[in-house]
Write a protein that binds this ligand. Structure first.
Ligand code: URA
Length: 437
């Protein structure tokens, strides 16, 4: 007979997760039969003693199966991407429609901002009328019709993870790679994916600050997804500076649209999107090599077919029907803008990217506590990249704020986050590593 005390004790004593213990524990978390104290003890024993790869796969599948698991019958592969989160990381908004334009189907169940990082749902909700809370039935129709849908999780996606995540948040157990892996993948795999590409961010704005940690997480995610029957690959991408030149909800949507329509292409955003998408096309069987996948994605973006798919998704989810043509007029603009001048000439040598994320949160672009309302118009734009030569007084960023006082505070935070030196620094690569099985 299984019970929570026995399962926790077995893990404590190094006897591992016996038999179908993962399934029992995940169901107990979802139903409430497992108490918060038992959930906390379980999280801590996994944090301290770790799981074997087979146990991690078992826990992931058990948490996935604690709720609804979608099934698809579509003429192309069902694929998705997950990012571990960063600043100015709006690749999902380009990638989902670009993959759809290449023949893949993308039910992208996304999250909100976490800590200093931005959230895809918050960005999309900057588009007036866009709804992220549709039913599983509507999601099926939309994905079959448009090829992609970026929405929030329904209440029945991996309820065991929702409970365990909340417990981890208050028991000092968030940072466990085993638990992060099971948490991310249980939700993603509940969407019934055939292939998943993982964008593991590393650097000053990422949750993983070192290559060692990023690589360990990437390897764990790829091995566990593959062990659970989903083809997977990971790219470790740079977060020592914002990926886009903007950070903030409407501002990032604006930059995505500028890139997707060709009005003003952000090359870093384009390149990371194409690199991630190429992996998904390869894993999904739509390309025979990463290079061929990249060519397909370049074409989907350059031809405007990705923008067209994005426009159809926005209209289907309640946004403006003319969004692709009229996006600058449709997005909200902040009341106050303030340019931040460089205090001296030289080069941008380093950026405290996490501090930029916190500045956006404090402007109202993220949440300081659960339930806070987001102001979609605020944030930072025109962020100067590392390696850029600049003259004293040149603008290193523009603040978009709801008030003069907010703008002044954010400008001071931005200034403190930028290091300007006289030596031309090495620019960090966009992609640090590629991890496959
Ligand atoms: N995101 C998740 O969904 N879960 C984690 O544990 C960490 C990040």
């Amino acid at each position: 007979m299984l019970d929570a005390r026995g399962i926790i004790a077995a893990l404590r004593d190094g006897r591992g997760l016996p038999g179908d213990a993962a399934g029992w524990f995940a169901d107990g978390l979802a139903s409430g039969d497992v108490t918060d104290a038992q959930g906390g003890a379980f999280a801590m024993v996994v944090f301290l003693n770790g799981l074997t790869e087979a146990e991690r796969v078992g826990l992931t599948l058990a948490m996935r199966d604690s709720g609804q698991v979608m099934e698809w019958s579509l003429p192309g592969p069902v694929v998705d991407k997950h990012s571990t989160g960063g600043i100015g990381d709006c690749t999902s908004l380009l990638l989902a429609p670009a993959l759809a334009a290449c023949g893949a189907y993308v039910p992208m169940i996304s999250g909100r901002g976490l800590g200093h990082t931005g959230g895809t749902l918050d960005k999309l909700e900057a588009i007036p009328g866009y709804r992220t809370d549709i039913s599983a039935k509507d999601l099926h129709h939309l994905v079959a019709d448009v090829g992609c849908a970026i929405i929030g999780a329904t209440g029945d996606i991996a309820p065991a993870d929702r409970r365990l995540y909340a417990i981890r948040d208050v028991t000092g157990t968030v940072e466990s790679i085993d638990l992060i892996t099971a948490s991310i993948l249980s939700k993603k795999l509940a969407a019934g994916l055939q292939a998943l590409v993982l964008d593991v961010k590393v650097g000053s704005g990422a949750f993983m600050k070192t290559m060692d940690r990023a690589e360990a997480l990437a390897r764990s995610l790829v091995a566990t997804a593959e062990g659970a029957g989903c083809r997977a690959a990971a790219l470790i991408t740079d977060m020592n500076q914002p990926l886009a030149a903007s950070a903030g909800n409407a501002l990032e949507v604006l930059e995505v649209m500028d890139t997707m329509t060709g009005n003003a292409v952000n090359q870093a955003l384009w390149d990371v999107t194409v690199a991630l998408g190429a992996e998904a096309l390869l894993l999904g069987g739509l390309a025979s090599s990463v290079d061929e996948g990249a060519d397909q994605l370049d074409e989907a973006l350059a031809s405007g077919r990705a923008a067209e798919a994005f426009g159809r998704m926005v209209a289907a989810l309640g946004g403006p029907t003319d969004f692709v043509e009229r996006y600058p007029d449709r997005l909200p603009a902040a009341r106050v803008t303030l340019d931040v001048p460089a205090p001296r000439g030289g080069y941008v040598t380093e950026i405290d990217t996490e501090a930029l994320g916190h500045a956006v949160v404090h402007l109202g672009g993220g949440r300081l506590k659960g339930g806070d309302r987001i102001n979609p118009s605020v944030g930072l734009s025109d962020l100067m990249p590392i390696g850029e030569p600049l003259a004293a007084g040149e603008t290193i960023a523009r603040v978009h704020a709801a008030s003069d006082a907010d703008a002044e505070r954010a400008a001071a935070a931005v200034l403190a986050a930028f290091r300007i030196g006289s030596e031309d620094p090495d620019e960090p690569p966009l992609i640090h590593d590629r991890i496959t099985l």
